[in-house]
Each structure stands twice: as C-alpha cells, then as structure tokens.
Design a protein around this ligand. Structure first.
Ligand SMILES: Cc1cc2nc3c(=O)[nH]c(=O)nc-3n(C[C@H](O)[C@H](O)[C@H](O)COP(=O)(O)OP(=O)(O)OC[C@H]3O[C@@H](n4cnc5c(N)ncnc54)[C@H](O)[C@@H]3O)c2cc1C
Length: 464
C-alpha cells in the first residue's frame, strides 16, 4: 500500500487517542475534525471536567468576577469523541500501540497525541503541604478553594515565589484588602522570565500596592497550630511571620512520569519532539505515530538557534495543537512546522504585561518607548545584534510591531524612530538575568538545548 493510501485510510477510519483533555487536547481534536478526520477519537483526561481555561483562575476567578466553574473553554465545533474523564493514563506500550489507564483499561491507537501539560510544583515538605491554609494554584478546584479561603475572613497571606502566578495571586489579595508577604528566592519578582531590569519595575509595583516583598530569601518551613492549621512561616533570613494562608507558586512540573519506560524521550523538561510535533524516542529517532503539543512539549525553533523551547503559554498550546493535528493526518510533504513566536500576557496590580519572543535569551535591552520610572514602557531585548524579544507594561498595542521585528531579525539596538521614544533611554543596558544555575521560582520559558554548533557537555561530579 502506498503512503498516500495509508494516510487516506487513517483519515477515514483510523483511531486517534488524545491523552490530556485540556486546552491543547481540545483544540487538536477540533482541528482533526475540521480537517476531515472521520475515524474514532478518544479523549483521556485525569480531571473530572471537560476542558476549561486556566488563565482566569489566577485573575478574574480570584477576584470573584468569574466563577471557576464558568471557565469551560468555548467549543469551535462538535468533536464527536469518546470522553474518558477522571481517569489517568498510566503507561504507554509503543509495540502494542496502546495506552493503559489507571483502572486497567487499554485504549489502542493508530496515532497518539500527548497533551498532558504541567502541574503545580508542590511544597517540598508533604506534612507542611497538607496543613489547612496551604495552597497551590493550577486547577479549577484549586482556584475555587483559594477564593473561598481568601474571602472567608483571613487577614495575612504568604505567597511563595514571585513569578507570574505568584504575582497575580498577590495582586488579587491586595484587591481583597488582605495583608500579603511575597517571598522570592531571586533578586526581584518576574526576574527569571524578564530579567533584573524589568524585575526592578515589578518590585516597585508590588511595594507601591502595599505588598511586603522580600527578595533573596526562601521559605524554609511552614508551621501548623494544634488543629493542623497553618500558623507561621520561617524564612531563610531567620525571620518568622504569622500567616493564615500560604500560596505555593514555585512554577510547574511537566506531566511525563506516566511515560517512564515507554522509550519516548520524556523527562522533567518535557517531551522532546521535532518542529512538526512528532515525538523523539530515547535514541533521538523521530516516531511517526506519537505527537506532543502544549506545555508538555519541547521543540526546536529556528529563530532561537534551534534551541528546544518548552513554553507554558496559552497561545503556544493552541497553535502547536493545531499543527500537531494537521501533521497527524497528512503525508510527509504536507506537514507543517510549529514556528510560533512565544507570546505571553499577565495582568497584575492594574498593569497589563505582555511579552513576545524569548526575553531570557536577550543579554541587553533598550527601553524603546515610555520609561521604566513611569511603569509604562516597551523594552526591546537584543541577542547577537538582533531583536529577540519585547516586553510591554501597559503598551500591548505595540507588540504586533515587535513581533515582526523579531521574525525578520531586525537589528539591535533598534534603529527606527517611534512614538514616545525618549532620548535618555536609547542606550542598551544589561538586562540582568540571574545565573540560570541559581533557582528562582522558574521562568515560563525554558531553553533546553543548543544548536549543534554550540554543543557542549558539562561533567558534574557526583557527591553521593
Ligand atoms: C493559574 C494559571 C494562570 C495562567 N495564566 C496565563 C496567562 O495569563 N497567559 C498565558 O499565556 N498562559 C497562562 N497560563 C498557562 C496556560 O493556561 C497553559 O499554557 C495552558 O493551560 C496549556 O495547555 P495544555 O493543554 O498544554 O496543558 P494543561 O492545561 O496543563 O492540561 C493538561 C491536562 O492533562 C491532564 N493530565 C496530566 N497527566 C495526565 C495523564 N497521565 N492522563 C490523563 N490526563 C492527564 C491534566 O490534568 C490536564 O487536565 C496560566 C496557567 C495557570 C495554571
């Protein structure tokens, strides 16, 4: 049978299984149907709910402006799928081409799409994590529980980690009039994602809104009272604070454990796949029947030195899912690469923050519009003489322009004249990213590979 006939049979009567029934999984399923896939579609998800949207969970839902149960993702079309919800995939048998579920059922596939995303990194001490008042924020239920707690008469909240989620939680707490301490191991909020210069602006913003911000410290222990309720937190600088709520915002962990032993190149940094979303096996050979998309995937991007990018961005999940779905049901020459420009937004302390490109690659930046002092600006990041990223604080309307600059490899520092450009900010300055070996809460972008020309190995002796 020719490859074309195989693809035609697959499109008409193949079995496609999607593991991870959230944003990427749903958008892929819709795309498969849009593109004429008429075979069977099975959606496996360990959560009880049909796909819902996560960004509102740390924003509108914490402010009481939307209920977590009202965040269901809008449907673009009927996907005519068999839903297996509330049951996790336990392992993958590539030889038998089947997924085994935790309840022992097996689900055979011709093509498999993995969209198992990430989960919140839990507090490192399980007994402390179980105290009444200790929260993480990833799911609809997490958000509902946290909202109930924040509006149930508590006064003092500790946020552990000042990345995007932690900062948004702190912002919501201040809007509720609660006292908030934010503890961040790095030198400033958002520093892992945006660098120290912009981190300093985020720092001012938090303090201006009444946050008790403590940088360069970590929380070493959470202490409970007699009834198992959180009472105090101990910090690495020796201070002790009384708190009723702690929100652990230490970044995310990729859901890949279920693939251990499957022979797929999956680990803590995600699932390695090619730019067409086809998953690599552990030997570095690309598979043809297993695909990955969304937060769990990492793939090389030509604009960024072919480094493997793992992104935790809503828009990336959608776009990559659509590419994966397209490639799953077409022959080689028709396949497309996933070349999405990373893009992310956040709203906190009344400011709309948006980023395009990969700021953490940019060693230098120029404030192209506005000023840092006004907390209203566009900062443009440079890498090897070209524009690599841009970040706006209340200036999102400009980012489409910078997207084009990044895509076209425009020179850095930028040469164009633009509205609201101030002469005092034209000189490039170091963007001050912390040493990546020193952990902060973790950026929402990770670069996990190098182009072959830059390949190097570092030997780390074992201290065991
Ligand atoms: C609080 C919060 C705020 C955010 N705000 C923003 C924002 O402002 N802007 C932005 O760009 N992005 C934001 N994001 C990130 C965005 O929501 C993610 O990029 C997006 O959800 C990724 O979708 P996904 O489908 O790849 O993964 P996920 O949404 O993580 O979904 C993966 C699904 O797979 C399930 N699963 C895991 N393992 C298994 C298994 N073994 N078997 C079956 N199912 C499994 C998971 O439970 C989950 O339902 C935010 C995320 C959170 C949590």
């Amino acid at each position: 049978m020719s490859a074309d006939t195989d693809v035609e049979v697959l499109r008409r009567q193949g079995r496609i299984v999607v593991v991870g029934a959230s944003l990427a999984g749903l958008r892929a399923a819709e795309t498969l149907r849009e593109k004429g896939f008429t075979g069977s579609l099975t959606m496996i998800g360990d959560e009880l709910y049909e796909p819902y949207d996560r960004p509102p969970l740390s924003k509108q839902a914490l402010l009481g402006r939307a209920r977590p149960e009202d965040t269901a993702l809008p449907r673009r079309r009927d996907i005519d799928a068999e839903w297996r919800l509330g049951v996790a995939a336990a392992d993958l048998d590539r030889d038998a081409k089947q997924v085994r579920l935790v309840n022992g059922d097996t689900v055979p596939y011709d093509r498999l799409l993995i969209t198992t995303g990430t989960r919140a990194r839990p507090w490192f001490h399980p007994e402390e994590a179980a105290l009444d008042g200790v929260f993480v924020l990833r799911t609809r239920d997490d958000s509902a529980r946290l909202y109930r707690k924040l509006t149930g008469g508590v006064r003092r909240v500790l946020v552990i980690g000042a990345g995007f989620t932690g900062s948004e939680v702190a912002s919501a707490c201040r809007e509720h009039g609660l006292e908030v301490t934010v503890a961040e191991r790095g030198p400033a909020p958002l520093v892992g994602a945006l660098g120290g210069v912009i981190g300093a602006v985020a720092d001012r913003l938090q303090r201006k809104h009444g946050v008790d911000l403590r940088c360069g410290v970590s929380v070493t222990a959470l202490e409970g009272g007699d009834v198992g309720r959180l009472r105090r937190a101990h910090l690495s600088d020796g201070s002790v604070i009384d708190v009723e709520v702690a929100v652990v915002s230490l970044g995310a962990m990729r859901n890949t454990e279920w693939l251990a032993g499957s022979g797929v190149a999956a680990g803590p940094r995600g699932i390695a796949c090619d730019a067409g979303c086809r998953v690599f096996d552990v030997n570095g050979i690309v598979t043809d029947d297993i695909y990955a998309a969304g937060d769990v995937a990492r793939s090389p991007h030509p604009l960024f030195d072919y480094q493997f990018l793992a992104l935790e961005h809503w828009g990336n999940a959608v776009e990559q899912a659509e590419i994966a779905a397209h490639n799953m049901i077409c022959a080689g020459p028709d396949r497309r690469p996933h070349l999405w420009l990373p893009m992310f937004w956040s709203s906190q302390f009344g400011v709309n923050i948006k980023s395009v490109g990969v700021p953490s690659l940019g060693g230098q930046l120029v404030v192209a519009q506005g000023t840092l002092a006004e907390e209203r600006f566009v900062a443009v990041y440079g890498y090897r003489g070209r524009v690599i990223a841009a970040v706006s604080f209340d200036g999102a309307k400009w980012l489409g322009f910078y997207e084009q600059q990044i895509a076209s490899g425009a020179p850095f520092p930028p040469e164009y004249r633009s509205v609201d450009r101030r002469s005092e900010t034209l000189q490039p300055i170091e963007s001050a990213f912390p040493d990546p070996h020193l952990p902060t809460h973790g950026p929402t972008i990770t670069l996990t590979g190098h182009s072959p020309s830059e390949r190097r190995v570092t030997f780390v002796p074992s201290h065991a």
